[in-house]
Every structure is written in C-alpha cells, then in structure tokens.
Design a protein. Sequence first.
Length: 242
Amino acid sequence: MYVQKYYTFDPITSHDEFLLIMKNHVFAKRKGISTVLTTVIILVASVVLGSGVVLYGTSMFQTVAQEQSIDVEGIQIWVNATDPLGDAWGAAGVRNNGDQVLAVDTISVKGTNVPFTSWYFDKDQVRVSAENWQNTFVHEGTGGVGTIMNNSPEVTTSCPVTGVTTIEIDIDGGASNPNDALPTMCLEQGSGPIGLSPGERAVVYFQIPQEKVTTLDAGASTTLKIFAGEAGAPLSTIITNP
C-alpha cells in the first residue's frame, strides 16, 4: 500500500530542513550509483587485465619455444669391446631449427658432461650436407691412443685446412669407393660451445670420459643429453660395438 508523506514546514526552519532533506536524498542516490559504477569498472578492468596477462604469457611462451629449438639426429654411442677401461665414442647431428643464434654447450652421457676438448665437429654447411647430417654415422675403429680412426685416407686433399682437421669422416667410403657421392666431413677439435645460426647444421663426434661407458654396457640403453642453453632434451640410445 502506498503511503504519501507530507512535510510540514515551519516558517523559520522550513528552508533549512528542506535543503537538508534534499541533500540527503540526492547524495544517497549519487552514492548508490557511484558504488555500482565502481564495481562494474573494477570487474571490467580485471577481465581486461587478466586477458592481457594470459595473452602476453602465451605470446612469450610461443616466442621462446620458436626462438630456442634444436633438432638432434642420428645419435650413436660406441664402446670398444676389447678395452676394459671403456674406450667409448659418440656421434650426433645437431641443427638449429629456431630463429636465433644458439650455442651447443652441453653433451652429457649417463649424467657426466663431455669436456669441450673431447668434442670433434664440422659445421661447414657444404660438407655437413643434409644427406650427411641425416645419414648413419660411422666408427672405423681407433688409432693410437684411442683417437677414432680416419675413415678416409685423403685427409690433406679432402680437408683443405691442413693442421686443423683432427678427424676425417666420409660416410660412404671416400675416394676409394667408386660410388662416393657425399662430401668428406673434416672434424676439428673443440675448445668451447659450437655456435649455430638459424637453420645451420653440425656433426659432432665426442670421446666419452674413460670408464663411464665400459664393455659391460654394450647392448644396454643409455641417456644422452645435447643442449644449447635451455634448448634440448634427454635422448635414449643403445650402446653398440664399433
């Protein structure tokens, strides 16, 4: 039921009372509207900011994933079946498939890092052709004090940088093979990380620290890690005899 209110104004005080009533009435309405609007603004701002954070985080994740990425192919680990101390070598092809320069700085076998001086690599893009990079890497036995034997005898003619090339690998047999079609790879001894521009390939042979892989490990599965900073992942392979 609607009840109408009447205000009686005293001649003396009616003006002041009227202003006070109107002031309270208007301010009360304004206060209610302000609270609602403030709540709506806060909600809208929260949604916008939250969406911005999610989009920014997603964008950053995609950027990092695209910029820092390597592909590792053809991993091999060999152990000399007649050497009880474990004359072991490994090989792998590495390619930078991101969009920024990377440096391959870690090769680890069974939790032990292989020192840079035990790395032997070629990153010449003509010699490390796509066919060489995707092929099965070879081990022709060791010569002397455990150094992997050159697969091709023509070191000075196949590898132009005389005095720098330490190991020469020709996957399809070198000039002695009448069907020789693949370039000879000239491996230089490492002294630090291997820098690769986007799209570049490298082939790395590495001598595993002694006694880390022994003849007893032949035929067993092991973990190999090749990283360029944060890019990379553990890989599993079978240890074989050369």
